[in-house]
Design a protein around this ligand. Structure first.
Ligand SMILES: Nc1ncnc2c1ncn2[C@@H]1O[C@H](COP(=O)(O)OP(=O)(O)OP(=O)(O)O)[C@@H](O)[C@H]1O
Ligand SMILES: [Mg+2]
Length: 408
């Protein structure tokens, strides 16, 4: 009968609710010990425990006045509290037939009083208890029972906060991946084109060499010429593929380090410039030579991803605009200990009511699923994670998205 109820559908759901909090078998924690201590001291009880009910065992997260870490579910007193789902008060255990035969009641330590209240999740699953015990029969005042119940509630709120924090982290990392894939997808078209050209060159050279060979006209000189050309082109493909895998990576595990500004910009341009060909958009990059010795702090791949996101946004905006003179410009500013990377474009300035929402996740003005609306929000959180800033600056009659990073 007991074992059956531990296998019911409801019990399976209860267990999965419990597992969600990842609390079982974790070390003792001060924030929970504070709660059991308050319970013990304010109710003047020698024993207080905070425990969770696993499938076949009761496991104690925090305890005052006992060394027990876990006990079997069948023997536990708290299973009655979980079954009823309500606060359970037993003034004298030796006079209650559910408990009177228990070895800790009939023998050492001659337990007499028991009160416990369930830890109930927002979906109504009772996953554990906050419990107090005494060696003498007792009664509790209503106000004391309420203290116990409030402490149990506090314990559960702690668990829910942990859970929410973990979820937020997971969602953030999913968002990053999806936004990264969006910009990588955008670039894939350009890259396919970039790789196709060198492949065609290889094909032509090899065909030529083959024809010479078939007619017995291969000389060392033309063989070498062909091989050298092919080598060159293979190098080019290598660097394209290397660059792509850089951008497709999250780079989240990379170290925060000093990066040569010019190298980061070169990496980004390598992808972006090609993509801009034939679009009728002028693309200007401020001369980097005076920034030769300048280093910016952050994770290399993520800085590059953020800049690339801004460039793709600028390209989309400029393409959609009607002005005859279309341009995008990257410029730099050295401000005390910071470096600004500014991406400006010729598309109309952004009205204040939209500017307010740009950095919100999923805010997009792009139609038909063309944009996910994650680019700016994800880029901002990346940049802020290494102490930088990302913002829109439209003060001087020009629209610029600014990435500001610490030097060094
Ligand atoms: N340079 C720009 N000029 C004008 N509007 C811009 C510019 N950059 C961004 N925006 C506006 O900000 C919105 C949000 O940009 P964000 O990069 O966060 O998302 P998205 O580009 O729409 O989609 P995603 O980047 O996820 O593919 C854009 O839809 C666009 O309306
Ligand atoms: Mg975008």
């Amino acid at each position: 009968m007991e074992m059956n109820s531990y296998n019911s559908e409801h019990e399976r759901e209860r267990l999965s609710a419990l597992r969600r909090y990842s609390i079982l078998d974790t070390p003792e924690e001060d924030r929970f010990d504070q709660l059991t201590k308050i319970a013990a001291y304010s109710l003047d009880m020698p024993i207080a425990t905070l425990s969770f009910m696993d499938q076949h065992r009761q496991w104690f997260k925090s305890r005052v006045g006992t060394e027990i870490r876990q006990t079997s579910r069948i023997q536990s007193f708290c299973r009655y509290t979980l079954e009823s789902g309500k606060t359970l008060i037993v003034p004298n255990l030796s006079q209650d037939e559910r408990f009177s035969h228990s070895p800790i009641v009939t023998g050492n330590p001659y337990m007499r009083f028991y009160a416990s209240t369930p830890l109930t999740t927002s979906e109504g699953f009772h996953i554990g208890t906050l419990c107090v015990m005494d060696f003498r029969p007792r009664v509790l005042l209503d106000s004391q029972i309420r203290i116990l119940e409030h402490l149990a509630r506090t314990a559960l709120l702690e668990l829910e906060n942990d859970f929410n924090r973990r979820q937020t982290k997971e969602t953030e990392s999913l968002l990053r991946t999806s936004s990264r894939l969006a910009s990588v997808g955008e670039l894939a078209v350009g890259i396919a084109h970039e790789i196709n050209n060198p492949l065609a060159v290889i094909q032509i050279r090899i065909d030529h060499l083959k024809r010479l060979a078939l007619t017995g006209r291969v000389t060392n000189e033309n063989a070498l010429q062909c091989v050298e050309k092919v080598e060159q082109v293979v190098d080019r493909i290598h660097s394209i593929v290397r660059g792509l895998s850089t951008f497709a990576r999250s780079g989240g595990d990379d170290p925060v380090q000093g990066n040569r500004l010019s190298a980061v910009i070169q990496d980004v341009l390598f992808f972006f410039e090609e993509r801009m060909q034939g679009m009728g958009i002028r693309f200007e990059v401020e001369d980097l030579s005076k920034y030769e010795g300048t280093f910016i702090r952050g994770k290399t791949v993520q800085i590059a991803q953020a800049i690339l996101n801004l460039l793709i946004n600028a390209k989309d905006a400029v393409q959609d605009s009607t002005s005859a003179d279309k341009w995008i410009r990257i410029s730099f500013r050295n401000e005390l200990s910071k470096i600004q990377i500014r991406v400006s474009d010729s598309a109309p300035s952004i009205p204040p009511e939209i500017a307010l929402r740009l950095f919100q996740p999923f805010f997009t003005t792009k139609m038909n699923g063309k944009g996910t609306g994650l680019g700016l929000s994800v880029s901002r959180s990346l940049i802020e994670s290494f102490g930088g800033k990302l913002y829109l600056d439209q003060r001087k009659g020009e629209k610029s998205f600014v990435i500001e990073l610490l030097q060094g």
